[in-house]
Design a protein. Structure first.
Length: 290
């Protein structure tokens, strides 16, 4: 292969107005897009300040007749194919938004409402007791010492007086009729008027009544037979649960301090995505020596 002498520099192959990034913007799936202004700015930096004075690699050190526009496009497309996966992933990372002081972030979402509803449908709970030969007997029995009840009435100053008095304006008249030479009166001719008396009854004093209970009375209850208890439940319950909740956890799990995270953030932004792209392009388009 013919190599021109002297070896051309990269700025002699690509111009600032038709540079590497201007050609890359037309490549499909380029991660940073097809912005013409961005492409011209990147060409200015890459050719004007970074790699324009570097000698081209053998891939571009070809006969001038072979260095056609199509060939240049093919070289640029091949460069992208070489680093497509790397550039795409780095660009996605470069565009990621995050909290630099958090190293833990998780969010779980559920839809619905946290509601539990139990709806009875014709619900009935019945307790049934069924007796079997049931009998209950109560009996009063005297205790071992016997049982007795005594009532005593004790009079205190008790006095009872009965008096009969004649009624006012009352008199007694008796008339007898005698037969000739007889001293016995004829009974049928005897007239008697009874006296009418008034009677009074006076009582005075008090009675004290004392009731004395001796012994023990035992109240004994005897039951026999049995009860069978059953529960009957009828109807149904309809249970429905819906929910609506969000669980979010974020922060620092304690492995790395906030100061260490801040320093890592500083080091990260010292790294520039397009500087990495410039280095990768140099590996294909230019020589290692400068």
């Amino acid at each position: 292969m013919w190599i021109p002498t002297p070896i051309p520099k990269l700025k002699n192959v690509f111009s600032l107005t038709d540079g590497v990034f201007t050609r890359l913007k037309d490549v499909e799936d380029i991660p940073w897009g097809d912005d013409a202004d961005l492409a011209s700015q990147l060409d200015l930096i890459y050719l004007g300040n970074h790699s324009g004075n570097k000698y081209v690699s053998p891939l571009l050190a070809v006969d001038e007749d072979d260095l056609t526009t199509q060939y240049k496009d093919d070289v640029v497309t091949a460069s992208f194919a070489m680093y497509k996966n790397k550039w795409t992933r780095l660009w996605a990372l470069n565009e990621t938004e995050y909290n630099p002081l958090e190293n833990y972030n998780m969010e779980e979402k559920h839809t619905g409402n946290d509601t539990k509803l139990d709806t009875p449908a014709n619900w009935k709970d019945t307790e049934i007791k069924t007796p079997t030969n049931w009998k209950e007997t109560s009996e009063h029995k005297p205790g071992q010492s016997g049982y007795s009840e005594t009532e005593t009435q004790t009079p205190t100053g008790w006095k009872r007086t009965t008096e009969s008095l004649k009624a006012d304006n009352e008199s007694e008249t008796s008339t007898s009729v005698y037969a000739m030479n007889s001293t016995d009166p004829v009974p049928s001719s005897k007239t008697t008027t009874d006296l009418k008396n008034k009677s009074t009854d006076e009582q005075s004093g008090t009675f004290e009544t004392e009731k004395k209970v001796e012994g023990v009375l035992i109240d004994e209850k005897t039951t026999s037979g049995s009860f069978t208890t059953t529960n009957e439940k009828t109807g149904t319950y309809e249970a429905k649960t819906t929910y609506n909740s969000t669980l979010k956890r974020s922060g620092n799990v304690g492995v790395t301090s906030s100061q260490q995270l801040a320093l890592s953030e500083i080091e990260l932004w010292k790294w520039l995505f397009f500087e990495e792209v410039f280095k990768d392009l140099d590996k294909i388009l230019t020589l290692d020596t400068y």
